[in-house]
Design a protein around this ligand. Structure first.
Ligand code: UTP
Length: 476
């Protein structure tokens, strides 16, 4: 097709869908810029555009929360009954067997913009560890390497980026020599994007030749796996389960045999880890049961009355919060993508979006001026025929770096890493010095190569020197 015909075709499409302004500066662009702009516009899902605009842009069309929902049941962090103990032991064994057989891969979603943290570059490059200042990617990479050695199988690691950080992420891995993993076992792929809109449904332009877009949310991972070819690679390798986590949480057990085993033993399609919320209004999604299906209701959607409801023992009725840790069966991802039409519902975020105005001048708004659309991975849970929840402990597994200061900041994560190391050492019989405020009176860091779980420390306890007050000890 000639450039002229192509332009005319795209121009007609824009007109049909009331987006003619996208080509307003076309004649001021050079040939490459023109081609790029046509490419961007052609990639838009025009057929769905009017629906999105009506449902999500002009109004907040989030699905109404159901009239009736119950708390979702979960496996406790530690088994209580004899039957549970037997089930956990069997599940742990099954999880280890699946890891040894190469049936499980790691999967981190790292395509976010990390605006709250305000860190320049991929969030995975943020340094978090207390002594060696290891980055998030380093900790995950070393964990997968340690797990590969422990289970005697090369465990592949899938990393989802976005157009904003894909190059920088690839450079990081290249420079770090893939953290000791084989390059062929580290698969970096990009998620999709969605256009940014004005409140009346016009797509914003970032500059004269570029649409304003953003990554389509962590829910985009379930589609991007298929679209990018990662799913085909996963199938070729005979992998059956993905262990999914978010890039900002250095405490996550990247490959947890118990969680994998419970998911597989129960024939689940998508499972989740949960923790007891810090309070009724903690800003995490709430695990609920809707028509018998595990469903996450966002903190902002859970009515206050429900959020504060208590059981007779004083615990919250909706006490389980979602922390972005899942096991996902590959067959489930395939099922969702059959026919290529898979789409999760959008969540609408009103934001300040830099753009150009009708005269082509850059605008950096000081108040929200438009809408971004994102999908959330937990919205796939009700589509699973079976979904298991395993409760975990915050001190063990959840310390996300979200903000520059205060709640969920690097300072908190840093202290939680030290606290967990202290508790692991104590459980192995190592005496840890404590300050009057109950915090360890030393700086501790345990490398994944030394221990992936607290049980790994037990055999090594006699090799650990006595911890002196105010010392810094790195176990690697
Ligand atoms: P967050 O919800 O914390 O978003 O992502 P964020 O973009 O990283 O940070 P803010 O909100 O701008 O401050 C949770 C996880 O989901 C990933 C993030 O990289 C993080 O691991 N994510 C989020 C994606 O992979 N893609 C997205 O489009 C959004």
């Amino acid at each position: 097709m000639s450039d002229k015909t192509r332009f005319e075709r795209v121009s007609a499409l824009c007109k049909k869908y009331q987006q003619e302004h996208l080509l307003a500066f076309y004649n001021q662009l050079n040939t490459n810029q023109q081609k790029s702009l046509l490419n961007q516009i052609e990639k838009l899902d025009f057929k769905r555009l009017p629906g999105w605009i009506e449902q999500y842009i002009k109004k907040d069309g989030a699905l109404a929360i159901p009239t009736h929902f119950d708390p979702a049941p979960a496996y406790p962090p530690v088994p209580k009954t004899i039957e549970q103990k037997a089930k956990y032991a069997k599940a742990y064994q099954l999880g280890e067997d699946l890891l040894k057989q190469g049936k499980v891969a790691g999967f981190v979603v790292a395509g976010g913009q990390g605006t709250r943290l305000g860190f320049d570059g991929p969030k995975g490059n943020f340094s978090v560890s207390p002594i060696k200042k290891k980055t998030l990617f380093t900790i995950f990479g070393e964990s997968i390497l340690a797990a590969s050695k422990k289970y005697g199988a090369d465990i592949p690691w899938y990393i989802m980026t976005s157009p904003l950080n894909d190059n920088a992420t690839k450079e990081t891995f290249e420079k770090a020599n893939y953290f000791g993993l084989k390059k062929k076992n580290v698969i970096i792929f990009q998620q999709g994007t969605t256009p940014n809109f004005t409140f009346d449904g016009k797509i914003l332009m970032a500059d004269k030749g570029t649409l304003a877009t953003g990554p389509d949310g962590h829910g985009g991972s379930l589609k991007a796996l298929a679209d990018s070819g990662a799913l085909a690679d996963i199938k070729k390798r005979g992998i059956e389960y993905l262990s999914y986590w978010q890039v900002d949480n250095p405490l996550v057990y990247v490959l947890d045999p118990l969680f994998i085993g419970l998911h597989a033993a129960d024939g689940a399609e998508m499972s989740s880890k949960a923790l007891i919320k810090a309070g009724p209004l903690e800003k995490v999604g709430n695990f609920c049961l809707v028509d018998g299906k595990v469903t996450v209701i966002e903190y902002s959607d859970l009515p206050d009355k429900q959020a504060h409801r208590k059981n007779l023992d004083g615990s919250l009725v909706f006490e389980l919060g979602s922390i972005g840790i899942h096991i996902i069966s590959i067959s489930f991802i395939e099922k969702l993508n059959i026919g290529g039409g898979f789409a999760l519902p959008f969540h609408r975020a009103v934001k300040k979006i830099p753009h150009i105005d009708a005269a082509g001048n850059p605008v950096n708004p000081d108040k929200p001026n438009g809408v971004k659309l994102e999908t959330f991975v937990f919205d796939a849970l009700p589509m699973a025929k079976k979904s298991v929840i395993l409760q975990t402990l915050r001190a063990e597994e959840f310390a996300p770096v979200k903000n520059a200061t205060g709640v969920d900041s690097a300072e908190v994560t840093h202290q939680m890493m030290i606290d967990r190391a202290a508790s692991w050492l104590e459980s192995a019989g190592v005496k840890v010095p404590y300050k009057a405020d109950g915090k360890p009176d030393c700086v501790l860091e345990i490398a994944p190569s030394f221990a992936l779980f607290k049980e790994d420390i037990k055999d090594k306890a006699d090799k650990i020197q006595t911890l002196k007050p105010q010392s810094s000890v790195y176990l690697g």
